[in-house]
Design a protein around this ligand. Structure first.
Ligand code: PMP
Length: 450
């Protein structure tokens, strides 16, 4: 029977797979996912769930797209792998397309994951300063609560509790400052004042570390996995100004924000900034195949490949720019355009804000915030003290959503217990019926948990 088949898979899973994120849970084993269509995934026994967390892996066009499978299939049949030192049409066309989306003055470097793309950024920033004759700059500043990946450099840039686990020493030279958390800003300051003050923490760090030692700053346009912290525009603009003033390069991590999630092609396009380097991954292929990009502004690139010896970036990546992945990315971008999914992101996000406004009176809802079709609901025990909701309370709400067929995310950071933000980021291709389903489950679950 289906039940026996599932049990046998669960048994094999338990015996053979070492899962990331969390240990095997006997009471609540991982769901064996069978298939997906649109916003929905189906488990091995045919139960369907709407994946309102899919935006964290950026399945922006939804599951089960025949066209994307076809694009991969056609390319694999024609040419599955192109030797690294050669080039091929999907990579060329995709780079041209991405560059156009960025205003036509970037060079595109391919790898496979968000972590990879950030590692490339760190290496090339260090090399850039060296090639500029500036030999003392090697440090990076990022933010607490920011996530940039799990390889040693990217983990060192990450500002979440997991970096303090058992992997130290991390890569030397990675420093952190606090991000703006507008919900918890001190009383008596305007949002603008508070955001400027937070931006100036970068400058303080640059000065105290002696300004000629800082090579780059890395940050997401808004903190996603760390709990949906959306800065006031003055923050990001001030950070860029500080970078320019101190000769520090600005890396913007668009691994989650890119490709429409926040209602613009890229998250940083909400602000008046022009990053030196932009990293992107997941949403580039809507997570159908692994592919990532480090985009480098051409005036930075000009310091490389000058004809002098050793002026090229030393970074080999066997599968970076894989032809099938590039073909899927091209088709994915075509779908986003054809179906106006970026406009749809704005529309669905606005609608969700409006219909969830009624939850603001709920005793445990401290804040609801978002940009585009990415919303966070911060849960608290007490609205005056803003004490984060307990694990039991958050777990219950997430569990109840799942029982009702809705998968929602949980984000934030375990430092000081701020792992208390419910995250909603369904595919941008959600239908109106999907949207209504999400709203009805949330309303029901919050009502039951009053
Ligand atoms: N940057 C951000 C903002 C991310 O959210 C992630 C992944 N969650 C990464 C980088 C790392 O990407 P990957 O898991 O593909 O290495």
């Amino acid at each position: 029977t289906a039940k026996e088949q599932t049990n046998s898979l669960v048994e094999k899973d338990r015996n053979n797979i070492w899962h990331h994120i969390s240990a095997y849970n006997e009471k609540n084993p991982p769901m064996i996912v069978e298939s997906g269509e649109g916003a929905w995934i189906k488990d091995h026994q045919g139960k369907r769930y709407l994946d309102a967390m899919s935006g964290l892996w950026c399945v922006n066009v939804g599951y089960g797209r025949e066209e994307l499978a076809q694009a991969a299939y056609e390319q694999m049949k024609k040419m599955s792998y192109v030797p690294m030192s050669q080039s091929h049409e999907p990579a060329i066309e995709l780079a041209a397309k991405l560059n156009k989306m960025l205003g036509d003055d970037y060079k595109i470097f391919y790898s496979n994951s968000g972590s990879d793309a950030n590692e490339v950024a760190f290496k090339l920033v260090r090399q850039y300063h060296q090639q500029n004759g500036d030999h003392s700059r090697y440090k990076f500043i990022s933010r607490y609560r920011g996530y940039h990946g799990s390889s040693m450099g990217a983990l060192s840039a990450t500002g979440q509790a997991l970096r303090k686990f058992k992997y130290e020493p991390l890569v030397p030279g990675f420093l952190h400052v606090a991000p703006p958390d507008n919900y918890r800003k001190p009383a008596g300051q305007t949002i603008e004042e508070y955001n400027i003050q937070r931006a100036l923490e970068f400058e303080e760090k640059i000065i105290w570390e002696q300004k000629e030692t800082i090579a780059g700053i890395i940050m997401e346009p808004l903190i996603t996995g760390g709990g949906i912290l959306i800065p006031h525009p003055v923050y990001v603009e001030k950070v860029q100004e500080i970078c320019t003033r101190h000769g520090v390069l600005l890396i913007i991590d668009e691994v989650i924000c890119g490709f429409g999630r926040t209602g613009k092609p890229f998250g940083h396009q909400h602000f008046n900034v022009k990053p030196d380097i932009i990293t992107m991954a997941k949403g580039l292929t809507s997570a159908y195949l692994p592919l990532s990009v480090t985009a480098i502004r051409k005036d930075i690139y000009e310091k490389f490949d000058t004809g002098e010896e050793n002026s090229h970036l030393r970074h080999v990546n066997t599968f970076g720019g894989n032809p099938a992945a590039c073909a899927v990315a091209l088709k994915n971008l075509e779908i986003i355009e054809r179906e106006n999914l970026i406009d749809r992101s704005v529309e669905l996000g606005d609608r969700l804000h409006k219909v969830l406004a009624s939850l603001k009176g709920h005793p445990f809802v401290g804040d609801i915030r978002g940009l585009g079709f990415l919303l966070g609901i911060e849960l608290v025990e007490n609205k005056d003290t803003k004490e984060p909701a307990t694990n039991a309370r958050i777990g219950k709400i997430i569990g109840d959503c799942k029982t009702n067929g809705l998968i929602v995310g949980r984000n934030g950071d375990t430092v000081a217990g701020f792992n208390n933000v419910l995250t909603l980021c369904p595919p941008l291709s959600c239908t109106d019926e999907d949207f209504d389903f999400i709203v009805s489950v949330l309303k029901k679950v919050f009502k039951e948990n009053e």
